[in-house]
Design a protein around this ligand. Structure first.
Ligand code: SF4
Ligand code: SF4
Length: 85
């Protein structure tokens, strides 16, 4: 039996990080292609800011545009798209 059986993955929701909202400095933002997505949830697990909801809606107010979600997605269903200023 796994020693982690009764433990839960720590997932927090951003409220106001030390840097607050992301603001206008982000260069790329993630866009999910739902036709390619299999709903595995890996992107949400790896997002360091925990801004990907269960419905795969990404809270862009806090997303830092790091691209980790796109890099970890096994279906390559997330594209990092340049922000329009
Ligand atoms: S780009 Fe980074 S911060 Fe934004 S949703 Fe993906 S993993 Fe999270
Ligand atoms: S990691 Fe990719 S395939 Fe999995 S839920 Fe996220 S976008 Fe969909």
């Amino acid at each position: 039996m796994s020693p982690y059986r009764n433990e839960h993955v720590a997932i927090s929701r951003p409220v106001a990080g030390s840097a607050g909202h992301t603001g206008a400095w982000r260069v790329f933002k993630p866009v999910v292609n739902r036709e390619n997505c299999n709903g595995c949830g890996i992107c949400a697990l790896y997002c360091p800011d925990a801004v990907i909801g269960e419905d795969l809606v990404i809270d862009l107010a806090f997303c830092k545009g790091c691209g980790i979600c796109a890099n970890e997605c096994p279906k390559k269903a997330i594209a990092m798209v340049r922000e329009e200023k």
